[in-house]
Write a new protein. Sequence first.
Length: 245
Amino acid sequence: MSAPASPAPAAPAPDGALVLFSGGQDSATCLAYALDRFARVETIGFDYGQRHRVELEVRGLLRERFSALDGRWAERLGPDHVVGLDALGRISETALTREVAIEMAEGALPNTFVPGRNLIFLTFAAALAYRRGLKHIVAGVCETDFSGYPDCRDDTIKAMQVALNLGMEARFVIDTPLMWIDKAQTWALAERLGGPALVEVIVADTHTCYLGERGARHDWGHGCGTCPACRLRADGFARYQAARR
């Protein structure tokens, strides 16, 4: 008896998604998540004078890599948008917008916290999604592996969804596929979505390092290896690899 046929993949949702796509590991995984689920996917990035501006420079290559991985993804991937928010960088005295050492600031938050950043990002993303007719806004915020940033918390995102829908008379859905998983699980999610080939693209071509260093490639990707973002990424990759053995 022949083996039963594999079930056909579910039809993608037609209402479309806009992915907050920085060029880092988390946003790249979110892009794969959206391409797996929605018939039309667009991306948005923000230039706010970030110290690690190299993340913006890898975004175009990543979009090309994603299209090459899967013909369905290539068909679904729509335009990219980059929004200049230099005012945010000018008013932010943080380690992500100034050449200062990364350390804990007052209130037990690291000085990498850019006040209001995700709130501003989501507002601009919603305005663009409104114009482009996209219902879903996909963001890589996470309450499991994060530095205590209050604008990454689930309560904050739910409140923003309510505010945006009230303020625009819309029915946006803010999707947060990484909210309750850690970095090891994020790597595993990427493998489930796009196989080892997607994991390799994320290792080789995304950028996470707060200091903006590409340099030599580590097992987990490029970066200084010592900043909080690099340490979190490296630890998650090690745990992901250990779980696969």
